[in-house]
Every structure is written in C-alpha cells, then in structure tokens.
Design a protein around this ligand. Sequence first.
Ligand code: ASN
Ligand code: ZN
Ligand code: CA
Length: 334
Amino acid sequence: AIETGTGTGKTLYSGTVTLGTNLSGSSYQLYDTSRGGHKTYNLARGTSGTGTLFTNTTNVFGTGSASSSSSDQTAAADAAYGAQATWDFYKNTFGRNGIKNNGTAAYSRVHYSSGYVNAFWDDSCFCMTYGDGSGNTHPLTSLDVAGHEMSHGVTSATANLNYSGESGGLNEATSDIFGTGVEFATNNSSDVGDYLIGEKININGDGSPLRYMDKPSKDGASLDYWSSSAGNKDVHYSSGIANHFFYLLAEGSGAKTINGVSYNSPTYNGSTVTGIGRAKALQIWYKALTTYMTSTTNYKGARTATLSAASALYGSGSTEYNAVAAAWTAVNVS
Ligand code: ASN
Ligand code: ZN
Ligand code: CA
C-alpha cells in the first residue's frame, strides 16, 4: 500500500520545512505525490542516469548540514523544497499547473559530479540537476536558483525564447524574475525575498550574490541598459537589461530597502520610475511570456509584448501600462 505523507526537511538554506513525501511499505520516499509526482534522486557524484530515489526509515530528510556524504539528504531536502515552492508559486500566482501546465511534475537530481558549481535544467529529461558547489559544501539548491532552473522549463513550454542573442537574455531574465518570485512567495523566515540571485551559494567566495536585479552591473559584467551590442553578450549578462526593467517596474527607481536589503536602482535617462509592486509586475511578465513573446522576441519585442500584457490586464493607458513604458525607457529600450 502506498500512502501520502507529510515529511520534514532539514535544509541547508531554508531551515526546517514541511516536505511532500510518500510512505511505501516501511520506507519514506522523497516523492511528492500532491504536486504532480515530483521525485528527488541522488546521483552520488555521478554525472549520468537518474540516480537513486531518496528514501529513509523516518519521515525526516536531511540534517541541515551539507559537509559530508553522510549528509547527502540535506541537499535533497533543499532541492525537494525548491521544486515544491516553485510548483506552489506557479499554481498560486498564475494558476499554472506545473511546468507544462499539464499537472505533471519534473524530477530533480542532486550531487551531480564533484565540486560542480552550477545547476541546470534539461528539456530532454524534463529534469533539473544540482552540483554541490565549491568544496562540495555549497550545493546550488537555494530557492532562487531552483526557481530559476525550473522556470527555464516554463519558458521552453511557452515562448520558447531562443537561448542566444537578445532572446537568450530574455530567457535568462525570465528565470531570474520567476526565481525571485518563488523566493518572495515562500514567506519563509530563513528565506526572505530579495532582488539578488544566488546570494546563499557564496559562489564568489566573498558572500556576494551571483547577480543583482536593481543594478545588474554590480556583478562587473551584466548590462544595466540596452545597447546595440546586447545581443553579443553572454545571455547571463544581457539578461541584466530585463532584470533591471523588472526591478524598476516592481519597485521603482532610486533607493529602497526591502526585507532589510538596500537597493539603489539607476535609470538610463535619469528619469524617475514609480513601481507598481511585485505582484502586478509578475502578472505582466507572465502574460507577456505566455501570450505575446515568441522564440525570436528581442528587447524591442519584449517592450511591445509587456505593453500588450499590461493593456490586456489593466487597460491601455492605465497606470500599470504607463509604468511598463517608463521602465523600458529607463533601461534604454524605446
Ligand atoms: N545555471 C545556468 C543557467 O541556468 C546553466 C546554464 O548556463 N544554462 O543559466
Ligand atoms: Zn539560466
Ligand atoms: Ca535571491
């Protein structure tokens, strides 16, 4: 007999959380039957295959520490939590039923290779994979990174933005925008939302995040504003233009402190943008992605797509519509 259970995850990044688990015989599985059947597997430092489904004699997964292989279940708890939080974010925010909107879950693999400092979504397996990070002590399983990776699946299933040139930058930004949406939506006290990407992974070794949405150039490489060379940049840098647009649309220009983090968002022309709030900004980006963008949409097209979305949701000439126009102008897309 198989029955659904609600287990506990002792995660590395998100504290102690509730996880969807499944009792099979006398064994608990990291198998979330209530969210499309998401399973979390252990690659145990291998790089191919599905790996082994995480199971346990108790309904508690992880120790809160990731520093040894005896704690393999910790990264698994983070990954399972990230998948569950992302599922819930899309369901609760957009009414989307899974990555493909068909009620079916992806699956997750953790402990990919050794010292692997990345995570990735793969359309061909419909799965995400996480490395253990530098020294195998900083797995890439934080909530914003998990949300980022799974959102690549949503983009593939919708606009299918080509992963190069300006459309590639929009693809990457979509993952940062919704990954950030996941982080804010969980409302977990050990995981407050911010407009930083990967701030918990310590990927640079100095505690700085991987990316900044309020002022993307703070990472030393990302673009704050569109220029004619944007399409020649790595997609993780040309994404800065749309990340900056999203921040400005949601929060507005200038200095602001949110959940204890200070931001100071500049504009291309020195204009002032008044934010419309994260909730509306998310709705506009989602509708643009799922209704108006195509595989070849570039930055100019993204302006048109988001204006169409704002018009459909809030009316042409509405405050929200005008804020979309102002935020694009503020990142030099006009
Ligand atoms: N973690 C990276 C990303 O999701 C992997 C890649 O470069 N595709 O963007
Ligand atoms: Zn990405
Ligand atoms: Ca973050």
